[in-house]
Structure formats: C-alpha cells, structure tokens
Design a protein around this ligand. Structure first.
Ligand code: NAD
Ligand code: 89V
Length: 343
C-alpha cells in the first residue's frame, strides 16, 4: 500500500480531536472527510484540521465515498448503524469502544464487516499505552517467570463528567466505559477468561450508573486476576488516567506503580524503570498517556493494513472483552460468577 490511505472520521466530539491529531502525525494517512450531526462541532474540527469535505449526515458521506477507512468516533448508540453503513460501502472500519450496545449487536457488526473482507479494528487503546505495553513485554519475555496472580487497578476522583457529560446519564457507567479498558488489559496480560465475579456500587449520588466495580477473573491460563475500578476515590496524588498493575510470577514480581514506575523484582534484587509516556506536541497532561496510545493504535491499524494482517484489537478479539463487560454486569446483578463464553 503506497497510496495515501484516505480516512473519513465520523463524530467530531470530545475524543475525536485526539484521533485527528494522531492521523495528522501518521505518514501515508489523510483525513479527507469529516461528519458530525452537530454543525458547530463539525465546523470547529473541520477548520482546526483543514478538512474541506464536511457532512452532517453519515448516509450522505458514504454515498459520496472517496475514502478507504471509516473511523467511527461517535458514542455507542450509533455504532452499529455506522459500522453496517461502512460494511455496505466496502471500506475498512475503526470503531470506538464500547463496541456496541449489546453483545448481539457486536457479533452482527463483526459478521457484517467480515463478509466484505475488510478490516475492523476496535479503538481499544489502553493496552497500547506505552507503560502498559512495557508491562506486557516484560511479562511475555518471562522476566518474572510464569504469572499466577495479577491486579489491574484504576482508582481516581477525576471529574470525567465535565468533558463527557453523557457518562453521568447512562444506567451503566464505570464497567462499560472504563472497566472495558481495564478488563482488556487483563486479557492482554493473562489471556481469555473462564469465569468472572463482580460487585458494583454507586457512590456519587449525582450520576445514574455505578462508579465502583471490583471484579475477580479466573483466566483460562490458570492466572487469577483482580480488576478494580473507581471514579469515587479521593486520594492524592491523583493518578488519573494511570492503570496500576501488580503481577506475581514463579520467579519474581512486577509492579507498574503510580508515576509510571515499573518495578521488577527477582532473585533478591529490585530494578525500577521509568516508563513515562512522552508528551506529544499536541498532547496535554494528564491525558498524554491516553493521547500517545491513540497515536500508537492508529499507527498499528495502518501497519496491519499495509502488511495484510488483523489488528491485535480486531472486532473479533474485542468480542471477548465485550463479553466480559456483559458477564460482569450479570454477575453483579445476580450475585454469582459467570462464564463469559456462555453469553
Ligand atoms: P461526544 O459526545 O463528545 O462526541 C460524539 C460526537 O458524535 C458528537 O459530536 C455527536 O454530535 C456525534 N454523533 C453522534 N452520533 C452521530 C451520527 N449518527 N452521525 C454523526 N455524528 C454523530 O463523545 P466522546 O466523548 O468524543 O466519545 C466518543 C466515543 O469515544 C465514545 O464511544 C467514548 O466511549 C469513546 N472514548 C474513548 C476514549 C478512549 O480512550 N478510547 C476516551 C474517551 C471517549
Ligand atoms: O477512555 C475512556 O473511555 C474515557 C475515560 C478515560 C475518561 O474513562 O471515557
């Protein structure tokens, strides 16, 4: 693939700006069209990134065509319709998380794109954060032997609702929005899951959904992990948006501590590595960690297209993460552990 990869971005809201900056930094990729039903957002993004082709209606964008990839950055309610339009148009697709409103929708979306032979990647970027990636690499390199226990933890009191007000309004909140990333990191580290047990709580009375979730996972690899998430944790230093990780292995242990410190201990010794993400020119703290992962995942998508392989976070792969989300809610509602594979 030597020709420029032409991208149409749908949904020019809060997060899409990161995706637009990241595309601008990827050689051989160009956003040629943009779509948002909100005219003010459409104009702001179009002007900032110099995108001339602008649409308020996605059906009109697809009818006009002239692009290779639909990058869908709308909120979840519109994902299925837009992915199916992209499949009908025969273009590659990137879809933001959460993939779909239900697992049934997500399966139908994977099938729709599979029929076209095009690639579907879910924008599941947390496992691509460079600090998380260094944990994955150290584990896969056998630096602490075989893992038997893990904890992936995201606890914060950061006000996410000011930038993303819709997060306060849904019946579901933290597992669907944030836990989905943390569960995906657990899968990237320890593999697919045989059973999950979850408890949830709402602490903040001003929101509708749960803002605390504690989940115990039995991975098919035999590892037990704990995935715990909270947006009700008032502590200093505030670690948003860091995922903290602890892993015990047969030969040692590993921790990704606050402040992007990776501590690896074995044979009586301890080594600390600074795994701070770079501050990209367009990024700002504390979001720079997430922003860098956007650049990395989009580059990964382009590399996969060039090399004719499936992205690591393909639609098919993400069905496993999505099933974990559904299983966690079911477990919390019914007070029992759930096999996500049975959903
Ligand atoms: P947002 O509401 O700020 O932006 C969404 C935009 O999509 C809005 O401008 C809206 O007008 C537009 N839109 C919705 N439906 C449309 C349609 N059918 N046609 C055209 N335009 C449409 O939301 P956001 O905070 O930017 O979140 C977007 C997605 O990104 C969500 O799925 C969210 O979970 C995800 N997100 C991901 C990360 C991450 O790190 N991966 C971080 C934040 C948000
Ligand atoms: O990544 C996300 O999906 C965001 C946030 C980090 C704020 O939870 O919604």
């Amino acid at each position: 693939m030597t020709q420029t990869l032409k991208i149409a971005l749908i949904g020019a809201g809060f997060f899409a700006r990161n995706q637009l900056f990241a595309w601008a930094g990827i050689e051989g990729a160009e956003v040629v069209a943009i779509c948002d039903r909100d005219p003010a957002r459409l104009a702001a993004a179009g002007d900032e990134f110099g995108i001339a082709r602008r649409y308020r209606n996605a059906a009109e964008l697809f009818a006009d065509g002239g692009f290779d990839v639909a990058d869908i950055a709308t909120t979840v309610g519109s994902h299925r319709a837009l992915v199916e339009m992209a499949a009908t148009a025969g273009v590659h697709v990137i879809c933001q998380k959460p993939f779909a409103p239900t697992l049934e929708d997500a399966k139908a979306m994977v099938a729709a794109v599979a029929e076209t032979g095009k690639i579907l990647m879910i924008h599941e970027n947390f496992r691509w954060q460079s600090a998380v990636r260094q944990v994955i690499d150290a584990l896969r390199a056998g630096e602490i032997g075989e893992p038997f226990f893990g904890r992936v933890s995201f606890r914060s009191g950061f006000d996410v609702f000011s930038g993303q007000p819709y997060l306060a309004e849904g019946e579901r909140f933290i597992i669907e929005d944030l836990g989905i990333h943390i569960l995906d990191i657990a899968r990237a580290l320890f593999g697919d899951v045989a059973r999950i047990a979850a408890t949830t709580r709402r602490v903040n009375p001003k929101i509708k959904g749960e803002d605390v979730a504690t989940m115990q996972l039995l991975h098919k690899s035999g590892v037990t992990s704990v995935v715990d998430c909270s947006y009700a944790t008032k502590r200093l230093p505030e670690t948003f948006p860091e995922s903290l990780i602890e892993i015990d292995g047969t030969e040692g242990s590993l921790r990704l501590d606050a402040g992007y410190k990776l501590v690896i201990q074995r044979d009586g010794g301890s080594q600390t590595r600074d795994v701070s993400p770079p501050l990209l020119p367009w990024a700002e703290q504390p979001w720079h960690n997430i922003q860098e992962s956007v650049q990395i995942i989009q580059q990964h998508f382009v590399d996969c297209l060039r090399e004719g392989r499936q992205p690591e976070t393909s639609g098919t792969d993400n069905l496993e993460t999505f099933a974990l989300v559904e299983a966690a809610y079911l477990s919390a509602a019914e007070g029992r552990s759930v096999d996500p594979g049975a959903l």
